[in-house]
Design a binder for this molecule. Structure first.
Ligand code: THU
Length: 163
């Protein structure tokens, strides 16, 4: 038996002012997007903004459904819209922020496993890393330099026949 260690490297920032202005602006767009969330069941609104290498910014928010699994997370709403609208453009950065009606969220909220998997697919497709920034409503911000830092040992097309 041999043990392997999987390490991940993330950056933690105390406030938005520590980040480049372009990322501060991206978080403004994510906050704006958060207001468009349709979250009548969880009351937990998530907003995402994505920068593309063509200069466009794509926004997304969570969209819930009375049949719960039929809803979709903000990250996938945004990344699928980006993929469908600009299939040839690469995602350079993504900002995620949340707002709950129950409490002020002060800890950074990382994307769920299914969203990490979806984002990883686009990183592989574009052959370049996307920086993923996430925060709560306020408080610290975490930066992952690549989605791979949030999804080590991920499943990808190389495991499938013919890839
Ligand atoms: N949600 C997201 O939008 N992104 C995530 O990564 C985790 C959860 C949404 C789904 C649901 O509408 C609400 O947050 C509560 O789970």
């Amino acid at each position: 038996m041999k043990k392997i260690t999987v390490e991940t490297h993330l950056e933690v920032y105390d406030s938005l002012e520590e980040l480049p202005v372009s990322i501060q602006k991206l978080f403004n767009k994510a906050q704006q997007a958060r207001d468009t969330a349709y979250a009548p069941y969880s009351h937990f609104k998530v907003g995402v903004a994505i920068t593309l290498d063509n200069g466009k910014i794509i926004q997304g928010s969570n969209q819930e459904n009375a049949a719960y699994p039929s809803g979709l997370c903000a990250e996938r709403v945004a990344v699928f819209y980006a993929g469908a609208s600009f299939p040839k453009s690469a995602i350079t950065a993504l900002a995620i922020t949340v707002k709950s009606s129950d409490k002020i969220v002060t800890t950074p909220v990382a994307p769920c496993g299914a969203c990490r998997q979806s984002l990883a697919e686009y990183e592989i497709k574009q052959k370049s890393p996307m920086a993923v920034y996430f925060m709560g409503e306020t408080g610290k911000i975490i930066k992952a330099p690549s989605i791979k830092a949030l999804l080590p040992l991920g499943f990808d097309g190389s495991f499938l026949d013919g890839n």
